[in-house]
Design a protein around this ligand. Structure first.
Ligand code: AMP
Length: 285
């Protein structure tokens, strides 16, 4: 990082840093995060660094994307470790604003992508994607990146944000990077640290259930109801698990489909104890 000690807390200061980089002809990449960074975030930062001359990582636990009973208060905040990871992965600047900087008193404009946010996590977490879209559009206006990078782990988020960018003519290239996993298949997540050792031992079964759907689809099963039922029962068989959803939807429109014809998104959200984990795989790619 050009200034490894510098975490930029204000909109004015990150704008100035980006303008200075642009003035020297550098392209700008943005990696939006909520911090508690792990190897999945590091891959996004490395991919950004390969594409752009100036990489901004934003770290902001965005209050507007958490529901009233969700984990906003206890979401892990690990800024010192995050700074080290950003420096190691090649970030040039960390934008870490306060909630008051992003949402000053009287704030009242929101961005929504209504149809796509009515399923999967959007259906279970009302207002979540409205919060995500609003903060990401604000970050785009603040940082003015040429490229923005997101992870395939949050598949619905990527689909919704791409739609927002298209429909609102936001001049940014969206790049989606593959899900980074632990050696046993568990998708890396800042929330994995909430898991007890026993839950951590069971958590890879979520990915195993998704892989099993993919092999059944690969072996020729086209009936989406049968595939969905198999996915749901594999997830429900994880001891102590509560399946929030297990769905197979069109990978672009997120509409329901009876037969697998086009690429489909197999997506699951599962509670292990109090921790909600999500994961997904594309079928028929
Ligand atoms: P978060 O900090 O969890 O909001 O995530 C910030 C960005 O990192 C989002 O674009 C996520 O999709 C992405 N991300 C989170 N976990 C992973 C992972 N295991 N692999 C790849 N990208 C990830």
């Amino acid at each position: 990082m050009s200034d490894p000690n510098g975490v930029v807390p204000t909109i004015a200061a990150i704008r100035a840093a980006v303008s200075a980089a642009k003035a020297t002809g550098r392209t700008v990449a943005l990696v939006p995060t909520m911090g508690a960074l792990h190897a999945g975030h590091a891959e996004l930062i490395r991919a950004a660094q390969r594409r752009a001359g100036f990489v901004v990582v934003s770290i902001f636990v965005n209050p507007t994307q958490f529901g009233p009973t969700e984990d906003f208060g206890k979401y892990p905040r690990t800024l010192d470790a995050d700074r080290a990871l950003c420096a190691e992965a090649g970030a040039d600047s960390i934008f870490a604003p306060s909630a008051a900087e992003m949402y000053p008193g009287g704030f009242g404009a929101f961005v929504e992508v209504p149809k796509l946010d009515g399923v999967l996590c959007g259906a279970r977490r009302p207002g979540h994607f409205r919060g995500v879209c609003t903060v990401v559009l604000k970050l785009f206006h603040i940082v003015r990146p040429d490229i923005a990078l997101f992870g395939a782990k949050d598949a619905q988020q990527s689909i919704i944000l791409k739609k927002m960018v298209r429909d609102l003519d936001v001049p940014v290239e969206m790049q989606i990077e593959p899900t980074v996993r632990e050696a046993d298949g568990l998708a890396m997540s800042s929330r994995n640290r909430y898991l007890s050792p026993a839950e951590r031992g069971l958590a890879p079964r979520i990915f195993a259930a998704l892989q099993s759907v993919r092999s059944r689809a690969g072996a020729g099963e086209r009936d989406v109801a049968a595939l969905r039922a198999g996915l749901h029962s594999d997830l429900a068989a994880i001891p102590g698990a509560r399946v929030d959803y297990a769905e197979i939807l069109d990978a672009e429109s997120l509409e329901t489909t009876d037969r697998l014809a086009k690429p489909a998104l197999a997506a699951a959200a599962v509670f292990l104890g109090g921790t909600r984990l999500i994961d997904n795989l594309i079928l028929g790619d």
